[in-house]
Write a protein that binds this ligand. Structure first.
Ligand code: SF4
Ligand code: SF4
Length: 211
């Protein structure tokens, strides 16, 4: 099925197209985390069709990891990622794509209030390594100030969690109470291990969204 990822479309008509088939729910990592249909495009579309405002959906929108899986399976070929990003912008919800854009200083400052020594914070390696000399200092300061664990090896190299093997390697010898990931794909990898609550960093950075 051809994906419409990245397309923009009429906002209201986009949500009106949802037939409620529920296929997006089957693939949505946010649903696997929350076990609530409201945390899926299906739930958001039905809420909108019945008169909800985007501001009623702050938690749901913040849980989206922008993985695009929903869009690939939607039989109505709805531009679900574009709709989610547009709704999030209107609701004042930050959706972070840390794979390409490093977190801002303001984001890191907010995280200082949210992270603790029981958290494993998983940095997106690509954006980190592209700007290594600056990022190593910023994340070292975050780790020092919060006491959180990170996926920095040799104290400074951000290692990826692309597979279950890699994720277990990052977790070796650690017992976090919570895992926070910057990268959407890491959410699925750590969630599949099954033992820890996993949150995307946008959930911690969005006021009103629970972490
Ligand atoms: S893009 Fe968002 S809504 Fe769609 S499957 Fe991924 S997490 Fe779920
Ligand atoms: S897959 Fe598309 S049509 Fe089906 S419930 Fe999800 S958004 Fe609606």
């Amino acid at each position: 099925m051809k994906s419409t990822f990245g397309k923009t479309a009429g906002y209201a008509t986009g949500y009106a197209q949802c037939s409620g088939c529920g296929l997006c729910q089957l693939v949505c990592p946010a649903w696997r985390t929350h076990r609530d249909v409201l945390f899926t495009p299906h739930g958001r579309a039905k809420s909108m069709q019945h008169g909800a405002a985007v501001t009623d959906l702050v938690e749901s929108l913040a849980s989206c990891t922008v993985c695009g899986a929903c869009e690939a399976v939607c039989p109505e070929r709805m531009p679900l990622v574009a709709l989610t990003l547009k709704s999030a912008k209107e609701a004042g919800v930050l959706i972070v794509d840390a794979e390409t854009t490093p977190l801002s200083d303001a984001h890191l400052q907010t995280l200082r209030q949210q992270l603790g020594a029981d958290d494993l914070y998983v940095i997106a390696p690509r954006a980190y390594h592209r700007d290594y000399e600056r990022q190593v200092l910023r994340y070292a300061a975050l780790r020092r100030d919060t006491g959180c664990m990170t996926n920095l090896d040799l104290q400074r190299i951000a290692i990826p969690a692309d597979t279950a093997y890699q994720a277990r390697w990052i977790l070796q010898g650690r017992s976090p109470q919570r895992i926070i990931v910057e990268r959407a794909s890491d959410h699925a990898v750590f969630t599949a291990l099954g033992n820890w609550p996993v949150r995307h960093v946008a959930e911690l950075l969005t006021p009103g969204a629970h972490a």
